[in-house]
Design a protein around this ligand. Structure first.
Ligand SMILES: [Ca+2]
Ligand SMILES: [Ca+2]
Length: 278
């Protein structure tokens, strides 16, 4: 079954990639890395029509992705995904978002089913992705997750995007699909260009900041300049200071405002300026 699916992919890949080359319809947003194409993942941008056995019954379904879709009532860019089986439309999704790339892949090799991953810009440089897969005989859409897909390999989805933690930072993180068909982080956010952030837009403490230094519990004195190098966005951030100290800031999220609380105090009290965007 799997072999047959990939045979269909191999035949259609040439058509799809050919169509992109000629059509050049959809300019992809600018991800910070080039999408990867591994032997078992097919990736393309823009409109495409192809056949693939998505539900594992041995017969191919027709899959159509259209972007940009004509929209007569607004200027919003839209894309659609339609899956048709024996002339019957099984599933269609329409979404107002700038479209990035589609990955045809197999996130779980044990279920005999293929996955369609779609990466998009849902709000002015805010990227997300969704997965489409047959679950209990019907095509379903997963919950979305944050980030623009740059790589899919061995069931691990790597994205680039931004995370808000004591400022807005660009970085990469990875996700894995769960048994309930949603996505969970498989890594923290690794902040891109942290040293450049330290040089160009450091965080500067304006009161003692409680931290866990590599050498043990401690504080960073007022006037310390630092950058964030890694964070899970929810409970901690790793930092590097201008004078080369590394360590960890433990925090929690205010349940109502979602702001960061460090040792009982709002993040705003600790820093001169927090470079949040958006
Ligand atoms: Ca099928
Ligand atoms: Ca699978």
């Amino acid at each position: 079954m799997i072999r047959k699916q990939w045979a269909v992919l191999a035949i259609t890949a040439a058509l799809v990639l050919g169509a992109i080359g000629c059509g050049g319809k959809a300019p992809a947003p600018a991800p910070t890395a080039t999408p990867d194409q591994t032997a078992k993942t097919m990736v393309f941008s823009g409109s495409a029509s192809f056949e693939l056995d998505l539900d594992g019954d041995g017969a191919a379904e027709a899959i159509d992705i259209v972007y940009p879709k004509d929209n007569e009532v607004s200027d919003d860019l839209e894309w659609t995904l339609t899956v048709t089986d024996d002339g019957q439309t099984d599933f269609a999704v329409e979404m107002a978002a700038e479209f990035g790339s589609t990955y045809i892949t197999d996130l779980d090799p044990t279920d005999g089913l293929m996955d369609i991953l779609i990466s998009y810009d849902y709000f002015s440089d805010d990227y997300g992705f969704s997965c489409f897969r047959f679950v209990d005989g019907a095509l379903r859409r997963s919950d979305g997750a944050v980030g623009f897909i740059t790589r899919v390999e061995n069931g691990v989805i790597t994205v680039s995007g931004t995370v808000d933690a004591m400022g807005t930072w660009s970085g990469t993180r990875s996700y894995r699909v769960t048994e309930t068909f949603s996505f969970e982080p498989a890594s923290p956010w690794v902040i891109a260009d942290a040293k450049q952030n330290l040089a160009e837009r450091p965080l500067e403490t304006i009161m003692e900041l409680p931290v866990v230094l590599s050498s043990g519990a401690g504080v960073l004195p007022s006037g310390t300049r630092l950058c964030i190098t890694e964070t899970d966005g929810q409970t901690y951030a790793l930092f590097l200071t201008e004078d080369g100290k590394t360590g960890r800031i433990q925090f929690e999220r205010d349940p109502e405002w979602f702001t960061i609380i460090i040792d009982g105090q709002s993040e705003e009290l600790y820093f001169d300026m927090l470079p949040y965007t958006g």
